[in-house]
Design a binder for this molecule. Structure first.
Ligand SMILES: C=C(O[C@H]1C=CC=C(C(=O)O)[C@@H]1O)C(=O)O
Length: 310
């Protein structure tokens, strides 16, 4: 369906959101609490190297394109296919227990199938005319007891996202404020994060907000159109709902939303699952490091799956 954003319910939208978003209307909303056992997860020992050469080539193409033309940043991704015979509900249970700071979900709709994930990224939160979002980008592995050492590639990559969001929001929000960038832990990873707040202009609708923000350069690139085109032509698979967005629309009041970017996610089909991982490519990207980054991102779900019984 094409969303008007006046709907009330839970939305699940693909990367190309004009395409075929679905919405589940709320007949009943129930809440419950759970115990989070942070630190329960152990690391997977071995990661598959399948798909490495095509991904290195893709990243190299991205870097070359950036050095030659208009493109400044592009987020490139891949899909990891696995055998899957576990219970999706048990995976979800483990996700919420282990990633208390993430937005963990399990979603099913006949038109979409089953998806689950633990995303660290808020697309936008709006209540009573106040808007909150974040610029989240750049990744380093989390090592117990140490602080991340960010290089200039990561700092610039995240600054590009911040600049884009501020510019996009300046048309529809007043009093925009961005907090100082800080290191933010997301499972086994660190990211750079700046929180952004503002007051929604009374003439601006929820649709205007989503149009302004999605897709941010944290999942697409700069300029958006060129990056979108590069992704479509070169990635070699359809992202569908990965890097789309999901969450609550107008549940508490009209013009309220709590939407997240669909990252660290997995699609579940009979007997198989696909994990989606990507990273921001700039002129300073090193192909081998970008591969390792996607391997590290896949651990968000792989570390969970190894504990879920068959
Ligand atoms: C595109 C992904 O992450 C985004 C969010 C945080 C850090 C990112 C990065 O370091 O490239 C990505 O922009 C993903 O997890 O698949």
């Amino acid at each position: 369906m094409a969303l008007s954003f006046n709907e009330k319910g839970f939305v699940f939208a693909p990367f190309d959101w004009q395409d075929n978003a679905v919405l589940i209307r709320a007949d009943k909303v129930s809440t419950s609490s759970f115990e989070a056992n942070i630190g329960l997860v152990g690391e997977v020992d071995e990661l598959s190297e399948t798909g490495k050469q095509p991904f290195l080539k893709l990243v190299q193409k991205g870097v070359t394109q950036i050095k030659q033309g208009e493109l400044k940043k592009v987020v490139l991704s891949r899909k990891i296919d696995l055998e899957f015979h576990q219970s999706p509900l048990e995976v979800f249970q483990r996700l919420i227990e282990n990633y208390a700071k993430a937005f963990c979900y399990l979603f099913h709709h006949p038109k979409v199938g089953i998806w689950c994930g633990a995303t660290p990224e808020t697309l936008v939160y709006i209540t009573k005319g106040e808007l909150k979002t974040m610029s989240l980008a750049a990744t380093l592995p989390y090592l117990e007891g140490t602080q991340p050492k960010w290089g200039s590639k990561e700092i610039e990559e995240q600054e590009m996202v911040s600049g884009y969001i501020l510019e996009q929001l300046s048309e529809i929000a007043n009093g925009l404020k961005m907090e100082a960038v800080k290191s933010s832990k997301a499972g086994n990873l660190w990211h750079l994060k700046s929180e952004i707040k503002g007051k929604l202009q009374s003439s601006a609708s929820l649709k205007d907000v989503v149009k302004a923000l999605h897709p941010t350069p944290a999942v697409c690139g700069i300029p958006t159109k060129e990056a979108q085109q590069f992704i479509q032509e070169q990635e070699g698979y359809a992202r569908t709902f990965y890097t789309g967005f999901l969450g609550e629309l107008n549940l508490e009041e009209t013009t309220s939303a709590s939407l997240f970017v669909n990252l660290r996610c997995m699609e579940i089909k009979p007997g198989k699952a696909s994990i989606f991982v990507g990273g921001g490519i700039t002129s300073a990207s090193d192909t081998e490091k970008e591969w390792t980054e996607t391997q590290n991102k896949s651990k968000t779900l792989l570390n969970i799956l190894q504990f879920v019984s068959h």
